[in-house]
Design a protein around this ligand. Structure first.
Ligand SMILES: Cc1cc2nc3c(=O)[nH]c(=O)nc-3n(C[C@H](O)[C@H](O)[C@H](O)COP(=O)(O)O)c2cc1C
Length: 377
């Protein structure tokens, strides 16, 4: 068994793990990158509060990435992360696009939008984004949807970046380790948002966080971060007990004052239950977990019309943007993890710093409880 999570001390300061020490973290916590939700303000506030803040930049142009990184750097001198989607350029045939639009157009019409058409580009060019983060010398760069080759990992490291790959099962973790990644984010089935699965993706393996983290810890020999369903200090302590060096929390940050999500999304998160989410590929063409709503139901009704990611994602985008403008959560992609109902115990709309203070106190109390149980033995 790998026991790489032993605590460490630097200059009189005690760190929970080597990962926490490396980034001088008050607690072993990563504020997860989330396209559509994370902002420079959220990342900077999280880093300033002693976690590792991050932004989801998978949907950003290189120019936007540079502007966001500049905003974060203006607000904090601490480490932060930028996350990208490893994607090949999409070149769907006309039939795939028109089949998908046949299902999407009636929904667009309900928002007063004309019939959709193929966009010039389905997603930003990944290679251009990668060149940008290398040029910007971003402290932590994480990836999902694919595995980088060793040459790219080497270039990132030469630029001073710490590289984190996402794994939803052990083979993906091994692929990232062999490519030279510094750490792997173990994305359990409970996690909100898109599944990072790249190997065996059609089968949609859904390994839970509790099972995934120790299997990756044992297999890899590099730091593992635990993501999926962790909503409070109990969860952070549990992740560390499983051998993770930090917990990556996404859903718990969604209602924060600095998050970019629509009001109705916030309301639906706070009103959700343990069974409120499902994993679907109908909205974007890639499996993702979110709160069930009308958009999910209607697009799932015609599975044969769903185009692969990022085509379906681009084709449903204007509709979801119109829904956001109208604050209509029934037609948004309400990405959320299975722990969303645990948000109800927290003050609504608090800032990231207040949330991180609470998480810090909670995980310290939970760790003491665990240590107390061991002492009883
Ligand atoms: C709204 C939302 C958007 C997300 N976007 C991304 C993303 O852009 N890149 C990524 O690697 N993970 C993304 N994720 C996954 C998170 O980084 C994280 O792994 C997950 O939220 C952890 O599970 P939890 O939501 O149960 O805390 C997203 C999650 C959510 C809820």
């Amino acid at each position: 068994m790998n026991t790489s999570t032993s605590t460490s001390t630097r200059a009189g300061r005690h760190y929970a793990t080597a990962f926490a020490e490396r980034f001088d973290l008050r607690l072993p916590l990563v504020q997860a990158p989330m396209v559509g939700a994370t902002t420079a303000a959220l990342a900077a506030a999280s880093s300033n509060a002693g976690a590792l803040g991050s932004i989801g930049a998978g949907a950003m142009t290189p120019e936007k990435i540079a502007a966001e990184v500049a905003s974060i750097r203006a607000a904090t001198s601490r480490a932060f992360g930028v996350n990208l989607f490893v994607l090949e350029p999409a070149a769907p045939d006309d039939a795939t696009v028109s089949r998908a639009l046949d299902a999407i157009d009636p929904l667009r019409a309900e928002f007063g939008l004309p019939p959709g058409h193929a966009p010039e580009r389905y997603a930003p060019v990944f290679r251009d984004q990668l060149e940008q983060v290398i040029a910007l010398r971003v402290p932590v760069v994480s990836f999902t949807f694919g595995v980088l080759d060793a040459a790219d990992v080497t270039r990132l490291k030469a630029a001073g970046s710490y590289v984190i790959g996402t794994a939803t099962h052990v083979a993906e973790g091994v692929a990232w380790r062999d490519a030279g990644a510094d750490a792997v984010c173990a994305q359990g089935a409970e996690a909100g948002g898109h599944r990072g699965t790249v190997i065996d993706a059609e089968r949609n393996p859904l390994v839970g966080t509790m099972a995934l983290v120790p299997q990756l810890v044992d297999a890899l020999g590099i730091p593992v971060l635990a993501a999926g369903g962790i909503m409070d200090g109990r969860g952070i302590a549990a992740a560390l007990a499983l051998g993770a060096q930090a917990a990556q929390l996404g859903t718990v940050f969604l209602p924060c004052a600095e998050s970019a999500i629509a009001q109705d999304w916030r309301k639906r998160l706070l009103a959700s239950s343990d069974t409120a989410t499902s994993v679907t590929r109908a909205i974007t063409g890639r499996y993702a977990r979110g709160i069930r709503n009308t958009l999910m139901d209607r697009l799932e009704a015609e599975p044969a019309r769903v185009a692969p990611y990022p085509v379906q994602n681009a084709l449903t985008q204007e509709l979801r943007q119109a829904a956001a403008r109208a604050d209509r959560g029934d037609y948004l992609s309400l990405w959320s993890g299975q722990g969303a109902a645990l948000l109800r115990g927290r003050p609504a709309g608090c800032g990231a710093a207040e949330l991180i203070d609470a998480l810090d106190a909670e995980w310290r109390a939970a760790s003491k409880r665990i240590a107390g149980c061991a002492a009883v033995e």
